[in-house]
Design a binder for this molecule. Structure first.
Ligand SMILES: *Cc1c(COP(=O)(O)O)cnc(C)c1O
Length: 347
């Protein structure tokens, strides 16, 4: 009885609709990192419903190309002639984000579509403003290169009031105009600032039903993670549970042992009190998370061996909550499920 990650097709469809309700722009569905850990095999509604699909590196582009003829955007771009050839063979649109890639792209004997990424203040990938202006004429002059879009990425979009957002948008507007397609918005910007939408929006986390904000915007969790109860213990007041004996019962308690742990991707740093849903009731995690197991205080609910506990992925228990209790973000939890977990598709 393994842990199961069930990927809801209707939730993916619904979340894509939320994007469309927020913005009229074309949609680049971010499906990097195996679709934020949801598995490229199990996200057909996104593959069929988006205008472009974006992955980080060539092996993922290759997997995706076996499933669809839709445009694929290669976010890392290419760094060698071999990579360029592979990207062209897969008919990828290629992100150009550093000076070194310009000569490589220009050397192509084949027509190709590129996205130029400019750095407006995040200081990770992207040509800076001066480089962009310096090299743009040569790129435009090459008849084999089609500039599909100019893009940039926000560093602080999930902090709506952060002045860096306005500064980045201003820098982007100074460098670009409406003669080219433009793209800036990730999920947080899609949900919070229509001025950033331009021609292409790039939703990631919201497609999977997690919100970058305290408001969940009605997004539906796409991954439901569950695991069975494999033992039930009755302990006395004063007795401790788990490694390091870091939780002690202050009164007699019933403890359920659930077959999931950090070896499956459940976060080891989840605190005592992290909620777990058992038979529709939230019960607190007690004691440390082990590799294969967690312990849950079920003194105030009913449960039997074989009942399945839900770790996250319902309206009652969202992954954002588990992220908070384990001092991380939903992105890390969703991408961190190990291959010991069985992935299934649900409606
Ligand atoms: C991952 C990514 C996104 C999506 O970000 P979310 O916060 O998940 O919506 C958008 N743009 C780029 C360049 C990315 O790498």
């Amino acid at each position: 009885m393994p842990a199961i990650a069930a990927i809801s097709q209707s939730a993916l469809t619904y979340n894509l609709k939320v994007v469309k309700r927020k913005s009229n722009a074309k949609i680049v569905a971010m499906v990097k990192a195996n679709a934020y850990g949801h598995h490229l095999d199990l996200i057909t509604p996104l593959i069929d419903g988006a205008d472009v699909l974006a992955v980080s590196e060539l092996p993922q582009a290759q997997l995706l190309r076996q499933k669809t003829q839709r445009p694929i955007l290669l976010l890392s771009g290419v760094n060698t002639h071999t990579e360029l050839q592979q990207a062209l063979a897969l008919n990828c649109q290629i992100v150009l984000h550093n000076q070194e890639q310009i000569a490589l792209i220009n050397s192509s004997k084949q027509a190709l579509s590129i996205w130029i990424k400019i750095d407006t203040g995040m200081h990770r990938l992207g040509l800076d403003g001066a480089e962009y202006q310096q090299y743009l004429p040569a790129i435009k002059a090459n008849p084999l290169i089609k500039i599909e879009c100019v893009m940039s990425h926000f560093a602080c979009a999930d902090e709506v009031q952060n002045p860096q957002n306005q500064a980045q948008l201003k820098a982007f507007l100074q460098l670009t105009d409406s003669q080219t397609n433009r793209s800036m918005a990730n999920s947080a910007a899609i949900l919070s600032n229509a001025k950033t939408h331009f021609e292409f929006v790039r939703p990631g986390i919201m497609l999977y039903g997690a919100s970058p904000f305290a408001d969940d915007f009605g997004l539906k969790p796409a991954m439901q993670l569950s695991a069975p109860i494999i033992a039930i213990k009755h302990i006395k007041a004063g007795e401790a549970v788990g490694y390091g004996a870091n939780w002690t019962a202050n009164k007699d308690a019933t403890i359920a042992i659930i077959a999931i742990g950090y070896g499956d991707g459940y976060p080891r740093h989840a605190k005592n009190g992290t909620p777990i849903l058992i038979n529709d009731q939230l019960c607190p995690l007690v004691g440390r998370v082990s590799m294969d197991m967690i312990s849950v205080n079920i003194s105030n609910s009913f449960a039997a061996i074989g009942d399945r506990a839900i770790l996250w992925g319902t309206d009652k228990l969202r992954v954002e909550t588990i992220a908070k209790y384990s001092s991380t973000i939903s992105y890390e939890l969703l991408t961190g499920i190990s291959n010991r977990v069985e992935f299934i598709q649900t409606i």
